[in-house]
Design a protein around this ligand. Sequence first.
Ligand SMILES: Cc1cc2nc3c(=O)[nH]c(=O)nc-3n(C[C@H](O)[C@H](O)[C@H](O)COP(=O)(O)OP(=O)(O)OC[C@H]3O[C@@H](n4cnc5c(N)ncnc54)[C@H](O)[C@@H]3O)c2cc1C
Length: 265
Amino acid sequence: MYKKTCKKIKSPHNRGDFLELLCKGAVSPQVGLSFFPHLVLSMFKTTFILISKRVLTHDVYELVYSCPDLVKDIPKPGQYVMFQLAPGLNRSYSLASFTTDSFTLVIKRVTEGKGSSIICNAEIGQVFSGMLPLGHFMLRDTVVSKCFIGTGTGFAPLYCQMLACTSLSLRVAFVFWVRNLVDSFYSSEIVSLWEQIVDFRYIPYLSREESPGFTQGYVIDWIIPGNIIEYEEFYLCGSPVMVKSAREKLASLWVENRRVFWEQF
Ligand SMILES: Cc1cc2nc3c(=O)[nH]c(=O)nc-3n(C[C@H](O)[C@H](O)[C@H](O)COP(=O)(O)OP(=O)(O)OC[C@H]3O[C@@H](n4cnc5c(N)ncnc54)[C@H](O)[C@@H]3O)c2cc1C
């Protein structure tokens, strides 16, 4: 039973079942701590209500939830919420921003996706159950230059982390890829970041078409010595393929592991 539980919780979707058992006292905190120290120590179970919904692209939504409980343990930029949609149906989403009583998500509605379709089709006022704040992909509390590299909905935690950089005097770069122009979103929010961060560089990539202001290709192309030399820390989020390639390329350019932080989904 113990071995079976340990194997199951390796999957991000199964963490919710495991955390539910932990909340009920059916699994000892020692088991949890040995696997997910950050998840277990900080999270709590709560409900939240959908209060705003905005269509950002043909398949990406911005969803805002009211969650008065958030004040119990304010998340760190880069953390996520786990929705408990039904028994055995748990889905995680990174916070794109938050206040002391609300949070915003940026979610891609996956065709035939069991979880994202329920969440993106929800009506205003719908109540959800879940756990937060979760995860260890957190912005480091350091006043050094930071480079954020992402693809698709990997945008959410990186945006949240960059918002936190607006209060500091830092050099920041945001290197971001989507396939086509119709997949890009949050352009006015990026302009706002650019206005608030003294030294901000935005390098958007499109792989399937050319468009003014975008570089054609992939974020990996940007990782060359002349570009990365200016940055101390690297935050990566997006598809597993991109995160793996970016980590390998950074390592090949002698960027130490301790300077690279990542989340993939
Ligand atoms: C820590 C963490 C943070 C996350 N944050 C976000 C976030 O901020 N925004 C967000 O949109 N997602 C995020 N995800 C992914 C999210 O949890 C779900 O995996 C995703 O929404 C798909 O769930 P689903 O139930 O709709 O699809 P499922 O029913 O699980 O899968 C249906 C099919 O779609 C495929 N699929 C799954 N994801 C995608 C995708 N992105 N594109 C195309 N096909 C896919 C699956 O392989 C499967 O074949 C995060 C995941 C983790 C672990």
